[in-house]
Design a binder for this molecule. Structure first.
Ligand code: PLP
Length: 450
């Protein structure tokens, strides 16, 4: 979109009229937002002409990179043919049917059904209602509590933010809603103390069993978790964690909701993150890379068993005007075609993932970097003043992370700070040469932060 405004005018108008998500509003007026005007491949361009390497794929979503005409063409064609119709009241359309079928083919096991939404948050709110309705329909209406994790992130709607374990979000709006409880996360670096990572992973998994026994197994409907926590700081759990969680869920007949909004569609080198960990989810939350962020679309992939119970229960009183929006569905299909036909997921697994892994793990040679974790193209480093003790910096948590993030921006690299962890999740089409450039800017930024 063209504009005749200058950058300063746009910044002033933005501060005057635009309420931003997850942004300190009053800081905006003083500093002014960075205005992104266009993008291509893995690079963004801002209104002042800077070319910035996007180490975060937007918000973890632009898997196939920016500027793919195929998606624009499909959107324009679909808008001309059928810009909108709903999927309520015994109606459907070709993009919805084709996308649901494609997703059922891609998802392993019996995850053969999709309920569409326009975002990950809406999908998780759908999951909340799905699992509670499922148990009620099965004649166990008391099985309603959902267990989630502190420092998990599942979105910003009321249900999704209640699933999330972000205390700052809970404080604004009186969350979580009743019937959602949290257990601790498997973050060994911050919380593992003297325990080995493997032992710590087991301990944290067993908190699930303790919570189930405390609540009563006949009261617990589901457990929701991200295979790898994303917004919480890219916490890659110890190997012992997921097998133990799986064992516990099976033992007590509790549904597993794998939130794949970040991990899904190749981010970790598999189509779904849960495939690394032997998780057998009953429901899978999808969004973001489903359309590479080109249009808003999300959904809940649902197992045969759960779908059968929901379908047999009469009407599921739930849905969004834009569930399976035809333009979004058509764009998502084209995105999935590109991911598959261009071998992008395989490339993360076999080429770019292994290439960056060695370089990323070598960041622990930097004096500021403690832990360096990576899976496919999602990675984090923990900044610390003393790696031998895994110490935190004096002063307010996140001060050094924020400084490092701002230095990255000045070096034309988007790397996000979560407290004093720095995280990346670049577009999946990043090449080895672009990885070299990314790593060069990471080192430069760390040196300037030190
Ligand atoms: N689930 C996870 C794991 C996420 O990371 C996010 C967003 O970052 C969401 C859900 C919410 O998705 P959305 O922002 O599309 O509502």
């Amino acid at each position: 979109m063209e504009t005749n405004y200058t950058t300063e005018q746009l910044q002033r108008l933005d501060a005057a009229h635009h309420l931003h998500p997850f942004t300190h509003g009053s800081a905006l007026g003083a500093k002014g937002v960075r205005i992104i005007t266009e993008a291509d491949g893995v690079f963004l361009r801002d209104s002042q002409g800077n070319e910035i390497l996007d180490g975060m794929a937007g918000l973890w979503c632009v898997a196939i990179g920016y500027g793919r005409d195929e998606l624009a063409d499909v959107a324009a064609e679909q808008m001309r043919q059928l810009p909108y119709y709903n999927t309520f009241f015994q109606t459907s359309h070709v993009p919805a049917i084709t996308l649901a079928t494609r997703l059922a083919e891609l998802a392993p096991g019996d995850l053969n059904h999709v309920f569409f939404s326009t975002s990950g948050s809406e999908a998780n709110d759908t999951n909340l209602r799905l699992v509670r309705h499922y148990w009620a329909a099965k004649g166990q209406p008391e099985k309603q509590t959902i267990i989630a994790r502190w420092n998990g992130y599942h979105g910003s709607t009321v249900g999704a933010a209640s699933f999330g374990g972000m205390k700052g979000m809970h404080e604004q709006g009186g969350l979580p809603i009743p019937g959602i409880v949290h257990i601790n996360q498997p973050d060994w670096w911050s919380e593992g103390g003297d325990t080995s990572p493997e032992e710590f992973g087991l301990q944290r998994a067993r908190e699930l069993e303790e919570k189930i026994l405390e609540l009563g197994e006949d009261k617990v409907a589901a457990f929701i978790a991200e295979p790898i926590q994303g917004a919480g700081g890219v916490i890659i759990p110890p190997d012992s964690y997921w097998p133990e969680i799986n064992r516990i869920l099976k033992k007590y007949d509790i549904l597993m909701i794998a939130d794949e909004v970040i991990c899904g569609f190749g981010r970790t080198g598999e189509w779904f993150g849960f495939q690394h960990y032997g998780i057998e989810p009953d429901i899978v939350t999808i969004a973001k890379a489903l359309s590479s962020g080109y249009v808003p679309i999300g959904g809940s992939l649902v197992s045969d068993e759960v779908a059968a119970v929901i379908n047999d229960s009469g009407e599921f009183n739930h849905g969004f005007t834009y569930s399976a929006h035809p333009v979004a569905a058509a764009v998502a299909l084209e995105n999935l075609r590109i991911l598959k036909e261009e071998g992008i997921v395989d490339r993360v697994k076999e080429t770019t993932g292994p290439y960056i892994k060695e370089k990323w793990e070598a960041l622990t040679d930097h004096p500021l970097v403690g832990e360096a974790k990576i899976k496919g193209l999602i990675a984090s480093i923990a900044l610390t003043p003393d790696k031998s003790t895994r110490a935190k910096f004096a002063g307010e948590e996140g001060t050094v992370g924020t400084l490092c993030r701002d230095i990255c921006v000045a070096n034309n690299l988007v790397m996000r700070a979560v407290g004093d962890r720095m995280i990346i999740a670049p577009p999946l089409v990043i090449t080895n040469d672009e990885i070299d450039l990314l790593m060069e800017r990471v080192w430069q930024s760390l040196d300037q932060t030190y």
